[in-house]
Design a protein around this ligand. Sequence first.
Ligand SMILES: [Zn+2]
Length: 89
Amino acid sequence: MAKYKCKYCSEVFDKPLDLARHVRMKHKRATKRAKKATEKVTPVEQTNKTIEAIGILKGLQVSPNLSAEEKKLLGDVTKTFEGLLPKGK
Ligand SMILES: [Zn+2]
């Protein structure tokens, strides 16, 4: 007989309907909340941090006591950060 295992708590059920009901009752709310939390934090904060880093790098680049080599290195790093930003902004 086939067994249906809950992916959240590993409890085993005989029927898929029982498993679906169990997930809906016990885990649905928690999953929803976790998903919402990651949506809220990740993209916006990441973008802000990247923009901040680019600003710092660009400030360093115009510093008069840098060698050409150091400026080139900073330019490369800045480009890498700019590549991390969402397109079309
Ligand atoms: Zn479960």
